[in-house]
Design a binder for this molecule. Structure first.
Ligand SMILES: [Fe+2]
Length: 155
């Protein structure tokens, strides 16, 4: 699997995780706080903060610079600006969920709002990458360059 295919697959995985997150938030709204919800949130925390940050960094470090060289009018600057917003929402979830978990009731709204906002922003963003940016990368980069990206991305 090359880097672009790998990133596309990760997008799908994040969409599933973010919809699980939204289900948990709905569950808490209806039933209140419960062990099952906390367990699920604990499982989602690292993928939706640390791993998501790393995913964006691989795009920024390996894919975006080459696209900027080859296709100066590409939407890379817009994608970078959206990464800033996504990181901000993801960091807010990562900050306020643990506070709520440890008993700060007032942190609930902060992490739940951040999580739902993250879901909306991420799904719009990853569709642009999947439908516009990645196909553009496949057009302007050679097969060898895409293979090389894969090796770099594995490091
Ligand atoms: Fe992405």
């Amino acid at each position: 699997m090359d880097l672009i295919a790998q990133l596309t697959q990760e997008h799908q995985d994040y969409v599933l995780k973010l919809s699980r997150l939204a289900e948990v938030i709905e569950g808490i709204r209806v039933n209140g706080r419960g062990d099952y919800f906390i367990e699920t949130l604990d499982e989602l925390l690292k993928p939706l903060t640390v791993d998501l940050d790393d995913h964006a960094r691989r795009e920024e470090d390996f894919l975006f610079p080459r696209l900027l060289e080859r296709a100066p009018d590409s939407p890379v600057p817009v994608m970078i600006a959206e990464h800033v917003e996504i990181r901000d929402r993801s960091a807010a979830f990562g900050q306020w969920y643990p506070a709520w978990r440890e008993g700060d009731d007032s942190a609930y709204q902060r992490w739940a709002d951040a999580a739902l906002d993250l879901r909306g922003k991420f799904s719009a963003h990853m569709q642009k990458e999947n439908l516009i940016l990645f196909p553009l990368a496949r057009r302007v980069l050679t097969a060898e360059e895409i293979q090389q990206l894969t090796r770099l991305g594995d490091r």
